[in-house]
Design a binder for this molecule. Sequence first.
Ligand code: MSP
Length: 515
Amino acid sequence: MLNQAKFYLTTPIYYINDIPHIGHAYTTIVADVLARYHRLKNEEVLFLTGTDENSQKNLEAARRAGERDLKKYLDKMSARWAETWDLLNISNDDFIRTTEKRHWEAVKKFFLKVQKKGDIYQDTYEGFYCDGCEAFVTETDLVDGQCEAHKKIPRVIKEKNYFFRLTNYREALLKHIADNPDFIQPTKRRNEIISYISNFMTDISISRQNISCGIPVPNSRKQALYVWFDALLNYLTAVDYAAKTAKGKTRFKKFWPADLQLVGKDILKFHAALWPAMLMSAGLPLPKTIFAHGYFTINGDKMSKSLGNVVDPVELVKIYSNDALRWFLLSEIKFGEDGDFSLVRLKDGYNNKLANELGNLVHRVLSMTEQYCAGKVPKFSAAAEGLDPLCEIDIWRDYESALDHLRFDEALGVVWKVVAMANQLIDKEKPWALAKDDGTRGRLNDLMYNLLETLRQLGWLLLPIMPETSEKIWTQLGLTVGKEKTKDLGKAKIWGGLPAEIKIKKGEPIFPKIL
Ligand code: MSP
C-alpha cells in the first residue's frame, strides 16, 4: 500500500491586541479551504493556526483594557480568537499559543542550537524601531522618514542586544530560491525578496533589553527574545520540535517541513529571509512553499480603526452565512493580488450568484423531482442522446488543477460552469413539456436523474470551499451526509453515484434572497 501523503499547512499566528477582522479571517479561510481540499485528496493534513502572545502590542492592549493581569488578558483574547474560528467553521487541527510551555521549551532549544553554531553574537543596536511592526527598521524601509504601514516616525533606540548572523546565509538563501522556483510565490513577491536579500539584508537584532514580556534569552538576565524570532518558531514547536524521545518526535518526523505557509504580503520578508535562514542555521529543512497573498481595502480605503471601517467577519456571517463569505472572498479577490471588499458587492453577489443561480438550481431540480417523479430519484435507463453527464473528467480536472495552483476564483468558475450547464439543460429539454406525454417518460427520467446526480457532484465540488452548502445539498437530495462523506474522491467523482429510488427531502432554498 502506498504511504499516505501528508500536508502541513500554516497561517500566521495573530496578535491578540484586538478581535479578528476580515483580513485575518481571509488568510484563515483560505487555509481552511486548502486543508479541506487536501483531506479530500486523502492526505493526512495538519492545519495550524494560533496566537502570537509575547508581544509588546498585547501588553499595551491589556493596559488599555484596564487588565493588570497579562495572563488573564491573553487567555481571554486567545480564547476569543479560537471561538471566532469555530464560528467561521475553520477546521484547524491545532492551535498554538506562544505562551505555552511546548513553545517556550522549543524556542530555548532552538536558540541554544543556533548559538552553538556560532550564529549569535552580542553588539549594540543603534537605529530605528517601529512599534507598529514590532521590528527594527532601516532607512530603506521608510518612506519620507515614516514607516509606510503605520504612518509613524520610528523611535530611535540604542541598546545592547543579541544579533543573528543573517548575512551568513545570503548566498545560501539566494541559491535555495533559485533552485526551488516554488519556494516563494507569487513570482512578483519572489523578485522583491531576491532584491531585499541581495541588496539590503543585514544581521538582525534578536533580543530586546528590559522587556517585561517575552521569552528570556537563555543564560541572560536582562534580555528577552525579539517577538519575531520567537513567533516564527511556532511552526516548529507545534510539531513537537523540542520532544526528547523518539516517540515524542513522531509528529515532527511526519510533518516537518511544512508544505505551505500562507502569509500576507506585509510579513513576507520575515518568512522568506529570516525564517529560512534560522532553519538553515539549525540544520533543518525549509518549508516547501511560502505564499504571500495580497491585502484588501474596504471600499477602496485601508481598513483601520481610525477610519471606522474595520469589518467584523462574525457580524457578516450572521447575515450572509459562512459559505457566502467564503464564496465572496475567494471569487472576488484573485489570490496573491490586492483586492477590495465591499458590502454592496457582497450583497449583489449573494443575491445573483448564490440565491439566483446556485440556490435556484437546487430548488428548481428538487421541485421538479417532486412534481414529475413523485419525490424520488428516478431510475436512469441509459445515456440518452444529448444527456451527457454534466460533471465529468474535464470538469474535475480543471477544478483540481485550479485548486492545486491556489486559483480559487478559477475553481469557483468551474463550479459555476456546471451550474450554468444544468440550468441550460433544463431550458433546452423542458421537463414540463416532457411530463405531458407518456411517450417521453423515459427521457424525462433520464433528464431528472442527470440533474440530480449533477447536484450530488456539485456537493463534492463545493465541499472544500463551501462545506455547509455541500451538506445542505446532499441532505435535500435524501443522502446521508456522513455516508456520502465516507466515499473517497475517486469514487465520489464517478458519474452515477446517486442511488435511484431514494426519496428526496426538499427543504427551504439554500440561499434565501436578502433584501
Ligand atoms: N503576529 C504576526 C505574525 C507572526 S507569524 C510568525 C502578525 N500578526 S497580525 O495579527 O498582524 O496578522 C497579520 C496577518 O493578517 C497578515 O499577514 C495577513 O495574513 C492578515 N491580514 C491583516 N490585514 C489584512 C488585510 N487588510 N488584507 C488581507 N490580509 C490581512 O503580523
